[in-house]
Design a protein around this ligand. Sequence first.
Ligand SMILES: [Zn+2]
Length: 271
Amino acid sequence: MSWQPDYSQRIFRQRNVRPRGVAASAFDLRAPGTYNLGLYVAEGSSLHARNTRGVLVVHIVVSFVFENTRFGDWLPGQSEAFIHQYRRIIHRVWSDKYPLTTDSRFISMDTVQVSVHLETIDVTGQEERDESTTHWTLWVRKVANWAGSWTRGSSRHGLSDSGDVQANRFQPGTPNQTQQRAVAHEFGHMLGLRDEYSNSTGGVLDNPHHLRDFNSVMNTGEAVAERHYAPFAEWVSLKWRSTDHGERAQAAGQPILFRVAGAVDTSNAGL
Ligand SMILES: [Zn+2]
């Protein structure tokens, strides 16, 4: 399924959303916000009918600064190719993985598709950059081999390298070898999610719950799990609860709750 948002039928919108619950993690999101969220009725659907379909648009603006290193310069076309691959990877890994669903009888919208809308800007060489219009700024270094990358929520900056759009193995020699393109993992941090892999001695690094879920994108693979959409489901629930419908549901003792593919799992988001 792939639904398009009907932008003339906007239900809720919030700019610069700061994911709840993640401030206690290693990636302390003190920044004013990391993405915009907008809930729309899907094209061809109606709020005044039954089984209304919705589309939650996750709008995230990422600026890129390409840096030359002693390993080489970014040649003409290479930075454009990096952004092209980045967009393709993020969209394929993160968009439209699970429906957000509710069985509430107080609203007609029962299913919401999550759609990542990524806006990318190359700001290399621009001395005076207006960062107020950007959620994240990524420095991308030219390297010979993959060199490690990070994402820092407090300043909304990240460091990547030219190898981050290639698949790498992070557990050589183990029976659970998985591959990951690092940009897919770092994007999870940009959404406010925590690491799930263990530290070098097998201990808890950030999140104690999923140390052996090697396929997870927040571990060493690229699979997005239901729990990784929990912040989106929570936002949709909270917004609906603030409406008259939500207050009626609350009064009846049945607060509106959106789940991710029918499940509630906040073990990454820490909600
Ligand atoms: Zn990480």
